[in-house]
Design a protein around this ligand. Structure first.
Ligand SMILES: NC(=O)c1ccc[n+]([C@@H]2O[C@H](COP(=O)([O-])OP(=O)(O)OC[C@H]3O[C@@H](n4cnc5c(N)ncnc54)[C@H](O)[C@@H]3O)[C@@H](O)[C@H]2O)c1
Length: 292
């Protein structure tokens, strides 16, 4: 029997097959869960989600803009009518105006800040409130966060401030909903190429940094976020709530660039050797490079 057999849940945040929410949905489906999906309003969004969710036997596919209280209430009422009750909800949603995200945080506009906080943070409280009404026997809610809310990650800017607030929201919601046996956790994923990630400056450089510095000498695969989501949404994690689970090949534990310095030095010398073997030898003897 699958780990999620008999479980029913709603997935918010699939835009296409590259979405992190989709990686989690696939794992849940493989383990026997029945799923409902929301998509941003609009024919194009609906077509994209239907194309991938229908083959999974989705029981519900409906539009939802989390900036609309009515939309969220309607979606959960529809989920209640479809499933009776819910066991889990995936909240995999973030948005901020591109022009604000791509500026240093100090330059963020008030409107951009409000929109980003509304969609990326407040929505978790709103969704959890409505979800809880359909979880009479308890349940599990998972959101997606990023390390840029714990430490400064240049390029992440306003979204980092949103993720810091989201991490705090996870903890307060875990406290509020704990007596109702509803757990609230976050997966903090390493860089994954998605639509949302394209708004983050220097995304490729960021992913490269993980390969250079993470203890596991690589970046994550999106399926690994899917598996972590499955873990937090099933009984496997029954004693865990308010947790920020890092799926980042250990990047977050590093206090220095670690092996990245040696790797950059080796790359640099290899390039120099390709250009001029004599130059590479001179560089290897250079005191400053030796010190590195
Ligand atoms: N991609 C990464 O590297 C990465 C790393 C860590 C955390 N995350 C987080 O994962 C989550 C999912 O992002 P993704 O990378 O899969 O990208 P994605 O673009 O596939 O997903 C973002 C989703 O947010 C939805 N959304 C935006 N505004 C909305 C609104 N007003 N109402 C309802 N839905 C709305 C979009 O429709 C989309 O489905 C986000 O919270 C993101 O910050 C991503």
């Amino acid at each position: 029997m699958g780990l999620a057999a008999g479980k029913k849940g709603l997935i918010l945040g699939v835009a296409n097959e590259f979405s992190i929410a989709w990686a989690i949905a696939k794992k849940l489906h493989d383990e026997g869960a029945e799923l409902g999906f929301t998509h941003l309003p609009g024919d194009k969004m609906e077509r994209r989600v239907r194309k991938i969710a229908e083959p999974l036997g989705a029981k519900l596919i409906t539009p939802c803009d989390v900036q609309s209280e009515d939309d969220v209430a309607r979606v959960f009422a529809a989920a209640g009518a479809t499933f009776g009750s819910l066991d889990f909800v995936v909240h995999s949603i973030a948005f901020g105006p591109r022009e604000d995200i791509q500026k240093p945080f100090v330059e963020s506009s008030r409107e951009g800040f409000k929109t980003a906080m509304d969609v990326s943070v407040y929505s978790l409280a709103l969704v959890s409130r409505h979800a809880a009404a359909y979880m009479p026997a308890g349940g599990s809610i998972v959101t997606l966060t990023y390390f840029g809310g714990e430490r400064v990650v240049p390029g992440y800017n306003l979204m980092g401030v949103c993720k810091a607030a989201l991490d705090a929201a996870v903890k307060y919601l875990a406290y509020d909903l704990g007596p109702r046996k509803i757990r609230v956790n976050a997966v903090s994923a390493g860089p994954v190429k998605t639509l949302a990630a394209s708004a983050v400056g220097d995304f490729d450089k960021l992913a490269g940094l993980y390969e250079m510095s993470a203890p596991m000498d690589r970046n994550i695969e999106r399926e690994e976020v899917g598996t972590a989501g499955l873990f937090l949404l099933t009984e496997l994690s029954s004693g865990i709530t308010g947790e920020i689970l890092h799926v980042d090949c250990g990047y977050n534990v590093m206090g220095s660039p670690g092996r990245a310095i040696e790797k950059v030095k080796a790359l640099f010398l290899a390039k120099a050797r390709a250009l001029d073997p004599g130059l590479a030898d001179k560089l290897r003897d250079d005191d400053e490079i030796k010190r590195l």
